[in-house]
Design a protein around this ligand. Structure first.
Ligand SMILES: [Mg+2]
Length: 305
């Protein structure tokens, strides 16, 4: 009898063991280096408090800075006060790791020892299962209730998939489904979602052309993102930092993202030759990152110099 019970218990556990992802990620080692960043977003109360803090500040600003005349988009700064005042208002938000939490995708890749890759990322998008970043839904609903149109400007790539070649932009269909499932404002309107590559002039991950397109019809009163490029292109920010930095916390609202972003691509720029395998590229990028750690503080200027 004991043997029978043991056999039955064993049979119950076999499917569980088979269904579990590998407990120890395999190579490449570079994917494992995302562990802390991913866990911080998924498990740290500090991350949740940080995003809620940003969105609470943005909500408070709806009745102060955001309600004031002017524009949050540098693309619109050439307009006169009268031209701006004649336009209805819009708030432009990024999606990934700003409104949508995709860390489930990151966790899956980590457990398999895999890097980000476009094919598996497209498959994750098709699930339309991203949850909301804490605080995002409340802010967007308050902003819409205050009369602002919400535009979702994302670098999700608009391209046909081998599995559904007839659909020119499956990322759009899936993303709209995800936004609607979360009950986000203006997600029932096709024009309020703008993807990378959806029009020839939107092929760049720089979002300036898409902001300029919105600025033709709306006064953009606030921007929300997790990457500098959600606000202004990186070189523009570096060149005009003194003028632009004060916008953060006023009309620009920045969420933390230690997993990926243009900050990371800047560190690893030029590390990979086009002929390299993805494994070699990952290893080269990792070497480049270690080379850029700062083991010493910068030398202090000598007094009087
Ligand atoms: Mg993002």
């Amino acid at each position: 009898m004991k043997k029978l019970i043991a056999a039955l218990v064993g049979m119950l556990f076999i499917p569980l063991v088979l269904a579990r992802p590998a407990a120890t990620p395999v190579s490449p080692v570079t994917a494992r280096e995302q562990l802390n960043a991913t866990l911080w977003l998924q498990r740290a109360t500090e991350y949740e408090l940080a995003t809620r803090q940003v969105y609470r500040l943005a909500t408070e600003r709806l009745t102060t800075v955001i309600a004031a005349p002017g524009s949050a988009a540098t693309e619109q700064w050439g307009s006169t006060a009268a031209q701006l005042a004649a336009l209805p208002t819009a708030i432009v938000v990024d999606l990934d790791e700003t409104v949508l939490d995709n860390t489930y995708y990151q966790a899956r890749q980590l457990l398999q020892g895999r890097e980000y890759e476009e094919a598996s990322w497209q498959a994750w998008m098709q699930e339309a299962a991203a949850t909301a970043i804490p605080g995002a839904v409340e802010f967007l609903r308050a902003a819409a209730a205050a009369g602002h149109k919400i535009y979702y400007v994302t670098n999700r790539l608009c391209q046909p998939l081998a599995s559904s070649p007839a659909d020119e932009c499956p990322a759009r269909t899936a993303t709209l489904r995800n936004l609607r499932a979360l009950g986000l404002p203006n997600s029932d309107e096709a024009e309020t979602l703008m993807l990378r590559g959806e029009r020839p002039q939107w092929s760049s991950s720089d979002k300036s052309a898409r902001r300029a397109s919105i600025a033709e019809r709306y006064r953009i009163v606030a921007l929300v993102g997790d990457d500098l490029r959600d606000f202004v292109d990186r070189p523009v920010f570096e060149a005009r930092r003194g003028e632009l930095e004060g916008l953060f916390g006023a009309r620009w609202f920045l969420l933390p993202n230690p997993i990926y972003g243009s900050w990371e691509r800047e560190l690893t720029s030029g590390a990979c030759a086009p002929s390299m395998s993805s494994m070699d590229c990952a290893a080269q990028s990792l070497t480049r990152k270690y080379q850029q750690l700062k083991p010493q503080p910068a030398a202090r200027p000598t007094p009087g110099s």
